[in-house]
Design a protein around this ligand. Structure first.
Ligand SMILES: Nc1ncnc2c1ncn2[C@@H]1O[C@H](COP(=O)(O)OP(=O)(O)OP(=O)(O)O)[C@@H](O)[C@H]1O
Ligand SMILES: [Mg+2]
Length: 263
């Protein structure tokens, strides 16, 4: 039987990888959001750094929490929630409104909530994430949520220092090797601190919260996900008690969505 070109030992066909380089498909980490993983090849790439951008109230903290709670309850993966935004009691209380008992998960060592006050943030950058790294090691964490990158970078004095701090945080996160979700303000909200972050991340999700007449809607967009043939559709989602975010892939956001600037 004739050999197919790809099976032969000769040079690879144009577009084919050289045979000496083993090509593996990276395992996927489920997001915990019903309807989202189907849009992006089964979830986030294991060990990747995903950025979740959205305007205030668009659902960033909810998505980050859901990702960690799902890892802990459904996949036996512990996680660390690192917050520069909200105080710990506020995070625990708000999570309870979705039925997520982070205090209990902390007792079980399944989720650790670490908060940094503004004056402590510089220490995080200087010490190379000592406390977080210790927490990851102690709990064997495989998932990290960081809320938010925007609050982190604004604590640095100059745009240059902020950009450098942002770059070092991405490098730190990469070294930790966990699958990471970072939140940030959408550039469309007028906050320029998220500029450049989308280039550093492996993937970017945008949480839209547009208004049509007198009602606001929620929708999610996968702007990019390296190595993934992801959906290009902007899909509606809603928040449900006991579930959190739920995406409706088969439904459309209102027709005029995206036809006006600012959406
Ligand atoms: N239990 C709940 N059930 C349904 N919707 C809720 C519930 N709790 C909060 N929400 C909705 O989610 C919104 C807040 O979501 P979240 O805190 O995740 O947004 P965010 O993008 O992190 O906001 P911010 O930029 O202010 O930090 C609320 O304004 C409310 O509309
Ligand atoms: Mg938030």
């Amino acid at each position: 039987m004739a050999k197919t070109p790809s099976a032969s030992k000769s040079s690879p066909m144009p577009g084919e990888p050289p045979s000496s380089i083993p090509v593996t498909v990276a395992p996927r980490v489920p997001s915990g959001v019903p309807g989202l993983d189907e849009l992006c090849g089964g979830g986030f790439e294991k060990g990747s750094t995903m950025l979740c951008l959205g305007e205030p109230g668009s659902g960033k903290t909810t998505l980050l929490t859901q990702f960690l709670v799902n890892g802990a309850l459904e996949h036996g993966e512990s996680g660390v929630f690192l917050s520069f935004d909200e105080a710990k009691d506020s995070i625990l209380r708000h999570s309870l409104s979705f039925g997520w008992d982070l205090a209990q998960l902390e007792k079980e060592g399944a989720v650790s909530v670490v908060t940094y006050k503004p004056h402590e943030v510089r220490r995080l950058a200087e010490e190379g994430g000592g406390l977080i790294w210790d927490t990851i090691n102690e709990t064997g964490a495989q998932r990290i949520a960081i809320d938010s990158l925007s609050s982190y970078v604004v604590l640095f004095d100059t745009p240059y220092a902020a950009r450098e701090a942002q770059r070092s945080l991405f490098e730190l996160v990469h070294k930790w090797g966990c699958t990471t979700l970072l939140s940030g303000e959408a550039a469309s909200s007028g906050d320029r601190s998220s500029e450049g972050m989308d280039y550093l991340a492996d993937g970017v999700l945008i949480l839209h919260h547009p208004r049509q007449r007198n009602v606001r809607f929620r929708a999610v967009e996968i702007l990019k996900m390296r190595g993934t043939n992801h959906s290009q559709k902007i899909c509606p989602f809603e928040f449900l008690p006991g579930i959190g975010m739920k995406v409706y892939q088969g439904e459309d956001i209102f027709e005029e969505f995206g036809t006006r600037e600012g959406f």
